[in-house]
Design a protein around this ligand. Structure first.
Ligand code: PMP
Length: 443
């Protein structure tokens, strides 16, 4: 039975049993209507309420300021790797176009250059795109690497600036975050013009067990008026540490994450985006212009302005998935009380401390993969007996005998990974810690 199993899967991940029990009822008959939750229209009043409740719970937990929009989409975290690029490139191009138009209008009026204006603007814009359009990526693990590769696929590798590849300083392996002074963020290229279109990082690397301890100091807070200010936009993938600690949302332009770890089940992706990056405040490049510049125009279902304008109901949203996420978050609002997400953070930290502490007590048996200073509280990655395949298999088999499941490391890196998401109880963590002890002592 479920009660005998302690599941540490990395995503999809455990969900609170109480939510799943309510879900099984709701699937058959939502609010005693005789119609199941997967059967109701996404345009119904109930669906709108479910969406509003999920947003409200998330807003409470993370103290999301009023000038941010919460969007629900499909396509997973990977879909947002692309959406981020479409949107931030479009914003950058339009800023540059407007500036070029202003400059050249004056220059033509002053007789410093000759028209036609539109052609001149395009020429300058084309040159700026070719030479100056850059997207900065901090590559600290497999997922930020993938995101940077998607950007290169969409806009071409010369436009992607890998400001940091954490492998180069660590024998080709992920596991550290080198000092900020070594990052090669794109510098401003012209007076008063934005440098990179964005700086992207993955707050918690699920495969490699690397988590940013805090917001990187050298990245500026999202400017008050993110449209006119030239500071780079900060984008963070929080797929695997969403709602597990306090976040100063106001420092970010965009935060996104798939639901299937801490928030809910696979099927919805949540995007928290500063409203000033969306119309009517922000201007976006027209598709025709992007095409002429050989830049990508994204699918409409990834178009944040369209999704925002339609309250996330541009097309059929999986309302069941939103409901699950809403229930998980509403329960957290209840249990955390006035501490909000800091309440969950305390529990997450306690579980992580217990597990790392146990691993560290047996250095002859276990080796934690990432460096001490960047150890993820969510994905605890370690090797057994120096990565000896047989010993690691024996470790996993012994764990399963005790009902400790889902501990196999990601196929790309091997080893062991204990994912410590919100729905993993302190009791489960204690049982795993006990097993770590017993295994190390040869019991
Ligand atoms: N980012 C991170 C940090 C992830 O852990 C994952 C998936 N495990 C993704 C992005 C990709 O998400 P999806 O599978 O929903 O596309």
């Amino acid at each position: 039975p479920r009660s005998d199993v302690h599941y540490f899967g990395a995503g999809p991940a455990p969900l609170p049993t109480s939510v799943l029990e309510r879900a099984s009822q709701a699937l058959l008959s939502y609010k005693d209507s005789g119609v199941g939750l997967c059967e109701i229209s996404h345009r119904s009043g109930d669906a709108n309420q479910i969406l509003a409740d999920a947003k409200a719970a998330m807003t409470t937990l993370l103290d999301i300021p009023e000038d941010y929009e919460i969007l629900f989409l499909q396509g997973g975290g990977s879909g947002e790797f692309s959406a981020v690029v479409y949107h931030m490139v479009s914003l950058w191009v339009e800023k540059r176009r407007i500036r070029a138009q202003e400059d050249l209008t004056v220059a033509i009026a002053d007789g410093k250059t000759e028209g036609p204006l539109e052609q001149k603007v395009f020429q300058r814009l084309k040159q700026e795109v070719d030479e100056e359009l850059k997207l900065d990526y901090l590559v600290t693990g497999s997922w930020s690497l993938k995101a940077s590769q998607e950007a290169a696929r969409l806009v071409g590798a010369p436009h992607v600036n890998v400001a940091l590849d954490a492998r180069t300083e660590n024998d080709g392996q992920f596991g550290i975050i080198p000092p900020e002074s070594t990052w090669k963020l794109t510098a401003r290229t012209r007076e008063g013009g934005p440098g990179s279109a964005m700086v992207y990082f993955c707050d918690n690397e699920t495969v490699d067990g690397v988590e940013f301890p805090s917001f990187p100091e050298s990245l500026q807070a999202c400017p008050e008026d993110a449209v006119d200010d030239d500071a780079p936009m900060v984008i963070a993938d929080m797929s695997s540490n969403f709602i597990s600690r306090k976040v100063d949302v106001s420092k970010y332009s965009v935060i996104f994450g798939g639901a299937q770890k801490n928030v809910g089940n696979a099927g919805v992706t949540i995007v928290i985006v500063k409203k000033s990056l969306l119309p009517p405040t922000a201007n976006l490049a027209k598709p025709d212009l992007l095409r002429k510049l050989n830049l990508p125009v994204g699918p409409i279902v990834f178009d944040w302005p369209t999704i925002a304008k339609n309250n996330s109901l541009y097309n059929t949203l999986p309302i069941f998935d939103v409901w699950i996420a809403g229930q998980v978050m509403a329960d957290l609002v209840q249990t955390c009380g006035s501490k909000k997400i800091a309440g969950q953070q305390e529990v997450s930290d306690e579980k992580a401390k217990l597990l790392y502490g146990t691993l560290d007590r047996y250095p002859q048996v276990y080796r934690v993969v990432p460096h001490q200073s960047v150890r993820s509280r969510m994905n605890i990655c370690f090797r057994v007996a120096g990565g000896d395949e047989q010993k690691e298999k024996a470790f996993l088999a012994g764990a399963e005998k005790r009902g400790l499941m889902g501990l196999k490391g990601h196929r790309s890196v091997g080893g062991i990974r204990a994912s410590n998401y919100n729905a993993v109880t302190l009791d489960s963590a204690k049982l795993l810690a006990k097993y770590l002890e017993d295994f190390a002592q040869g019991v």
